[in-house]
Structures are given as structure tokens and as C-alpha cells.
Design a protein. Structure first.
Length: 289
């Protein structure tokens, strides 16, 4: 795999938007970080994404890959949210690399929901040497919803990550066309009309619940899920954790009571959990996480 940044520019946000981000996320997410929109080459495909990093260039900061949720344009991160989401993580002292997945946000190719687009995640590793204060040898990864599935799939292919976090992560696609109309639609959208056998093959290759033994057990994994998630069943995280523990994985499960899919009612607690997990394993700081 190979990758390089083809285009890079700072975000174009108004003063009013910056003020809203400071109020909704933090002042530091705007004032102390640089967030840039990028297009990068991912195995010959032009893919859209973002990089974010502290304004401090006196040292190297651990690097984190961030995996978005959704399918296609649904779930694409706009510039306003990019400053808030990635600026926040950068303000914690991390260089952030995020992909929109191929075929989205002006990128080339087709979003395969866990197919070749997993390469778009892993190819971000090659971009760290283009960011002056990013440590290219110290990596974490985080994924939300579909991005949780992408994180699990990435952990099946490499042991480079020293810390991983999933939030409301998809682990079981329930590969039955009658039971999972969503999966059926996304497969048809990506691959067209296919046989039942091919459908099940594609679906099961992305359903990590039945291949937990292939997820790298060396990477400390924090699984977070809201108990009131109505989009991704909390059973995905419960059952995956149980299976991972059979292989003596370094895995922790946190269930947030009455938490919805986006966990907006647990924002402070969620940020504390995420920051402390990365600090513990990427910086060697144990703050009680």
C-alpha cells in the first residue's frame, strides 16, 4: 500500500462558525490547532480526508487515525464539524488523520463499506511523514458506528496500533437479506444485482463478530456503546467483547446508560474516556482510565 497528499488547504470557516465551535467543543480546538482538508492518493485512487495537528512544532505528537460512520455521502464530515471533531483531538496533543472513504466528498472510486476502502484507512499511515510534528511510529485508531467496523477490519490486518477505540461500532451485519434490508441495499448499491451466495460472502467478510480471533489481540481496545442505541444494537459490542476475551485480548467495554447512537448526552464522559485511553497507551500517562 502507498499514499501521498495530493492537495492540502486550511479550512474556510467564518468568525461566527469558529465562535460556535469554541462554544460547542472548546476554545483550544480552534486556537491551538491546524485542521486542513486534503486529497490523497490511496493506491492510485484520489480520496478526500482531513489532517489536524497542534500548532506546537517543538516536538512530535502521537498520531491517530479517525474513521467516520455512514455510507457514501451520508456521514461525510463537513469543514465545520472537522474543526470541532479533529481540532478537539489535536488539542489533546495528537496528529489526526481522517478519511471520507473513496467515492465520497469529491473523491474517486466507490465506497465499498468495508472492502477496498479499508485500504483508504491504512494508507493514512503513510501520510504522517508529510506532517512535521506527527510521530509516524506511534499510532492509535478510533472509529464511530460504521467506522467502528472499519477499525475492527484494520485491526485484522496490522498490529501497528498501540491503542484503539470504537464507539457504537458495527460488529454484526446479520447477513440475511430478509432480516437486514439495509445490508441488502448497500450491497446492491455497490456491487449491483448479485447472487445470494455472493451477497452472503460480501456481508460476512465485513461482519467481524464471527472472526474475533483475527482481530489483533496486542492492541488495547476500548469499546464504548450507549445502552439506548437504536441504530447499532448494543449486543454488537457485548457479544464481540465476550468473544475477544476468549483470546485474552486487552479489551475494555464501557456501556453508557441511556446513551443514544451519537452519545450527545454523554459528551463530557465520552471525551474523558477517549482522551485518557489514548494518553495511557500512546503517551504513557495513566489518569485513572
Amino acid at each position: 500500500m502507498s499514499a501521498e497528499i495530493l492537495e492540502k488547504r486550511k479550512l474556510d470557516l467564518s468568525d461566527a462558525q469558529k465562535k460556535m465551535i469554541k462554544s460547542g467543543w472548546s476554545k483550544s480546538a480552534v486556537d491551538d490547532t491546524i485542521v486542513e482538508k486534503i486529497y490523497y492518493d490511496s493506491d492510485g485512487v484520489k480520496v478526500s480526508g482531513y489532517v489536524a495537528y497542534p500548532k506546537d512544532f517543538s516536538k512530535k505528537f502521537p498520531s491517530v487515525i479517525w474513521c467516520r460512520g455512514g455510507l457514501g455521502e451520508l456521514g461525510v464530515i463537513d469543514e465545520f464539524n472537522a474543526q470541532g471533531i479533529f481540532g478537539t483531538i489535536a488539542s489533546w496533543g495528537y496528529a489526526v488523520f481522517a478519511t471520507q472513504y473513496r467515492g465520497n466528498d469529491g473523491g474517486e472510486g466507490t465506497d465499498e463499506f468495508g472492502g477496498k476502502d479499508v485500504d483508504d484507512v491504512l494508507n493514512l499511515l503513510s501520510l504522517a511523514n508529510e506532517i512535521p510534528n506527527a510521530d509516524e511510529n506511534n499510532w492509535g485508531i478510533e472509529g464511530w458506528s460504521r467506522g467502528g467496523m472499519m477499525t475492527y477490519l484494520a485491526l485484522m490486518r496490522t498490529d501497528i496500533f498501540k491503542a484503539a477505540i470504537t464507539i457504537g461500532g458495527v460488529a454484526d451485519l446479520r447477513c440475511d437479506k430478509k432480516k437486514s434490508k439495509f445490508v441488502s441495499k448497500l450491497v446492491e448499491r455497490t456491487y449491483g444485482k448479485i447472487t445470494e451466495e455472493h451477497y452472503r460472502e460480501l456481508c460476512e467478510s465485513r461482519s467481524v463478530i464471527n472472526k474475533a480471533e483475527q482481530i489483533n489481540t496486542k492492541t488495547p481496545l476500548l469499546i464504548i456503546h450507549g445502552t439506548s442505541d437504536d441504530r447499532v444494537p448494543v449486543s454488537d459490542s457485548l457479544e464481540l467483547t465476550q468473544r475477544l476475551l476468549k483470546f485474552k485480548s486487552n479489551v475494555s467495554l464501557v456501556l453508557l446508560e441511556n446513551g443514544t447512537h451519537f452519545l450527545r448526552n454523554h459528551k463530557k464522559e465520552l471525551n474523558w474516556l477517549r482522551k485518557n485511553w489514548f494518553d495511557k497507551y500512546l503517551k504513557g500517562e495513566n489518569n485513572g482510565a
